[in-house]
Design a protein around this ligand. Structure first.
Ligand code: ADP
Ligand code: MG
Length: 611
């Protein structure tokens, strides 16, 4: 037995126990290695005519055996010689792939997209395996070698057999209790799920032989008879169909009902299909990442299907947004604006973020740094080969690249929403109904240019118009002489529209924004003004709309009724600050208004909030 070097042993221990937080990534690492090996095999063929290989022949194969507790990851890639096994698997943190990349100058080109770089991924197998056996035959060699290890002490290398070049990595899965989830890896669905989640876009097929059942087809003439008979409604001749199904199904159909006595057979039996089990090889991954395909080649149906399956939504998205960036930082992104808010959108449990891929391999399910809070409803993926990943590939090493991508993504989403606002108002209104609240929170929590951009994405109901309008539209429709943007805040629009204070402003020919959401007023206060027009609550006492004449008349009425006013004041006591005669001509006897920066509604809201 060859021992791992001491440093290696320490490192291995560290690896297995602390680098990875998530043991299920072992399969991602092994498939990535297999993909690299196949890529290298292909690349070798490109530079050496004798080694040419048809891309269609290259593949990764998974197999599992629950009895023996093994999972096997095979590839027909470049393979490893005895020396390679020693160097690459016997030395931790030695990456043959990184060397290959450097030697062959294969950057992340279209021809080869080597994933490996740190030389540690392979060891993640020991998180789930008590024993690992690697059988490999290098391309161009006629010997095969087997590398074996229990992960702790060291490894052995011995001669082995393999028909052609390539590698099999055979894991013996640890025993554990249900909580460890080891047994789940030994099932078709467990493996399929891991492939779909982490390696769905690996560029080579990941195949697995699966067992299925299917109804046994009846020979055509027998089926006809059965059908005729069923049509006749006769019951005497049921035996022929039942017998023929039995013959075809043979002993292979454990789930088929036992053939009944011919005399008992009913019409139903004749029509009930028998089942048999069979195996077939299935490709588990979809390979071509839809976000890397040219937009003109992808149909809306494909985009919708991708969104619905990968982001688990029963409805198609309202909008999809593709981004392809090349240059100092290349990345592709495919973003979706859902058509409705998920049920937990406004709860603490909601996690924002975009899926982050590097070289087609999933790094993070929901990378929160890629989305600002006010666009937290956006779903999608970002894929960049340029990201500097942390050794575990679970976190990112430097955030500057990520920040650069995030800021581009944010701009793009903003621009697309603005385009929807201007181009398809109906869709935009649906969007705003679902997610307007996020934008409002965004305004409340940001400043300057960002808040101003978001302000332009807002829609408001107004008293005069039926449809919702933007602040720009409100401002453009302001008559000569109107300085402020008026708004009223309350429980319902119907109620607000009837409010005397609102009607008084409207009589001036000014429209009033009718706000019914808690956040509205906070948001308008945070903005302060739009296009230099201050926002003014119609309930503000110092609303200065009256003409001099009206004001003079009000002052006179006040003098004349001084006694009445002080009586009312006395009756209301601390409930009000003052009682005056309004300069505004209202067709109601009395109205409440506020002074200071906290409106009546805001005060109510604040009173409702927990301490
Ligand atoms: P990395 O992939 O980051 O280089 P790994 O620990 O995953 O690190 O793998 C170490 C090295 O072992 C790889 O660089 C590669 O040279 C070699 N290797 C691993 N798996 C295979 C395989 N299936 N076929 C050929 N070589 C492999
Ligand atoms: Mg690797």
């Amino acid at each position: 037995m060859r021992k791992f070097k001491t440093e290696s042993r320490k490192l291995l221990d560290l690896m297995i126990n602390s680098i990875y937080t998530n043991r299920e990534i072992f399969l991602r690492e092994l498939i990535s290695n297999a993909s690299d090996a196949v890529d290298k095999r292909y690349f070798t063929g490109l530079t050496n005519e004798a080694a040419q290989v048809d891309r269609g022949e290259l593949a990764i194969t998974l197999a599992f055996d629950p009895q023996a507790r093994t999972i096997t990851v095979s590839d027909n890639g470049i393979g490893m010689s005895r020396d390679d096994l020693e160097r690459n698997l016997g030395t931790i943190a030695h990456s043959g792939s990184a060397e290959f990349k450097a030697a062959k100058e294969v950057a992340a080109s279209d021809e080869a997209q080597i994933i490996g770089q740190f030389g540690v991924g392979f060891y993640s197998s020991f998180m789930v395996a008590s024993h690992v056996r690697v059988v490999s035959r290098a391309f161009g060699s006629d010997e095969a070698w087997a590398w074996e290890s229990d992960g702790v002490e060291g490894y052995t290398i011995e001669p082995a057999e393999r028909a052609a070049c390539g590698t099999d990595v055979i894991l013996t899965v640890k025993e554990g209790d249900a909580e460890d989830g080891f047994d789940g890896f030994l099932t078709e669905w467990g493996l399929r799920d891991l492939v779909r989640r982490y390696s769905n876009y690996v560029r080579y097929p990941v195949r697995m032989e699966v067992t299925r059942t299917r109804p046994v087809e009846q020979p055509a003439d027998e089926a006809d008879k059965a059908a005729d008979k069923a049509a006749d409604g006769a019951s005497g001749e049921a035996s022929s169909a039942a017998t023929s199904a039995d013959e075809v199904a043979g002993g292979d159909a454990p789930e088929a009902p036992a053939p009944s006595d011919a005399a008992d057979a009913s019409d139903e039996d004749a029509a009930t299909p028998r089942y048999e089990t069979y195996t077939e090889v299935e490709t588990l991954n979809s390979m071509v990442p839809i976000w890397k395909r040219r937009r003109s080649e992808v149909t809306t149906e494909e985009l919708d299907a991708f969104y619905q399956s990968d982001f688990h939504d029963y409805e198609a998205p309202l909008k999809s947004i593709g981004v392809h960036a090349e240059g100092s930082l290349s990345y592709d992104a495919l973003l979706f604006v859902p058509s409705h808010a998920p049920f937990d959108m406004y709860s603490r449990d909601y996690e924002k973020g975009l899926a982050l891929y590097s070289s087609n391999v999933l790094i993070m399910d929901k990378c929160p740094d890629l989305l600002p809070d006010h666009f937290m409803f956006v779903r999608g993926v970002v894929d960049s080969a340029d990201l500097a990943l942390n050794i575990s590939r679970e976190t990112l090493q430097r955030n500057s690249q990520l920040r650069a991508i995030a800021s581009k993504v944010e701009k793009k989403i903003g621009a697309e929403l603005a385009a929807m606002r201007d181009g398809d108002r109906e869709a935009y209104e649906r969007f705003f109904q679902a997610f307007g609240r996020c934008l409002k929170f965004g305004i409340y929590t940001s400043y300057g240019a960002k808040a101003a951009d978001l302000a332009d994405l807002m829609l408001f109901h107004a008293a005069a118009a039926d449809r919702m309008q933007t602040l720009r539209e409100y401002a453009d429709a302001m008559p000569e002489g109107q300085e402020a943007i008026y708004y009223a805040f309350g429980e319902s629009r119907e109620h607000l529209a009837r409010l005397p204070l609102v009607r008084a402003v409207r009589e001036k020919g000014y429209d009033v924004l009718l706000c019914t959401e808690d956040i509205d007023e906070f948001c308008l206060k945070a903005l302060g003004s739009y296009a230099e027009h201050p926002f003014v609550n119609v309930a503000d006492a110092d609303l200065d709309l009256a003409t001099q004449e009206e004001r003079d008349r009000a002052a006179e009425t006040e003098r004349e009724n001084a006694e009445l006013l002080s009586a009312i004041r006395a009756a209301l006591g601390d409930e009000v600050e003052k009682v005056t005669v309004s300069a505004r001509v209202l067709d109601v006897p009395a109205a409440l208004s506020t002074t200071g920066s906290v409106s009546l509604e805001m005060e109510r809201l604040l009173a409702r909030m927990p301490e």
